[in-house]
Design a binder for this molecule. Sequence first.
Ligand code: XMP
Length: 325
Amino acid sequence: TWTMVNIVEEQVERIREQIGDDGRAICALSGGVDSAVAAAIVQRAIGDRLTCVYVDHGMMRKGETEQVRRDFEEVFSALDVVDAEDQFLDALAGIHDPEEKRKIIGREFIRTFEAAEVRVFGGLAGGDATAWLVQGTLYPDVVESGGGAGTSTIKSHHNVGGLPDDLQFELVEPLRTLFKDEVRAVGEQLGLPSTMVWRQPFPGPGLGIRIIGEVTKARLDLLREADAIAREELTRAGLDREIWQMPVVLLADVRSVGVQGDGRTYGHPVVLRPVTSEDAMTADWARLPYDVMERISTRITNEVADINRVTIDITSKPPGTIEWE
Ligand code: XMP
């Protein structure tokens, strides 16, 4: 559509002016549609003066980093994949509070980008030249992080309210006034692959905010298995577009008694959180078909040791948010 063409052309022009003829930028790719579209716009504006950085913080879903590497290498000429699992998990050790988790994750992301910037550009940040950081921040992220007029913080999105005070980057955020459906339209306009454009939203802090309690490697591995099964069954049922997203949440500090075979079990519950939405500002709980719920429940409890109960969240937003933290 011609509005999307306008948005792209206008942003490309603005970014050329902002970054200048020899400025260089790093784009924080999350694997999701927002940062991919932001990066594609900036690549159009400044070409190979853009380097994309994808951080594997150890809280990605099963197989996700490999998938991102495959998909994104096609589209972005310079892609730097950073393994930062130990760094993030060490920083999160002993932390239970959701906002504290979000702030720590936001801070560690920036530290990782600073290190990447030194590696790629030799350390412009903090020097005389400007180091630009491209982010896929959307309008709802700004509002819910307390950046909109007359709003209070609901959650510190890792790329807005979670940023450290001593940030050494200047931000480039070409999607800051857009909603998700508009971003998808722009992505199609730019010719990005439809797997990228239609990928369900996944939060930057990843599974870290879907473990209720302390984040540990063992808990992440458990949740990764349950989540992979839930996603596989949703896809098999052909519901990927109808369902906006379906977080799987691990109640890591809760245990309940169960029975399997002849034995007693004492395991953790997971919560399925399927929602429908237009823009994530509001959402309705999704009426998943019973047979889909049944397959997910049976498979998770059979295939994932230590998870012995599957529950479903039937709260809309408001009053619930989509993610549990
Ligand atoms: P909530 O939980 O606030 O989520 O209803 C609204 C939408 O935003 C996603 N989300 C995030 N995305 N960084 C992101 O990139 C974050 O820190 C973050 N927190 C929530 C969430 O998955 C949903 O689509």
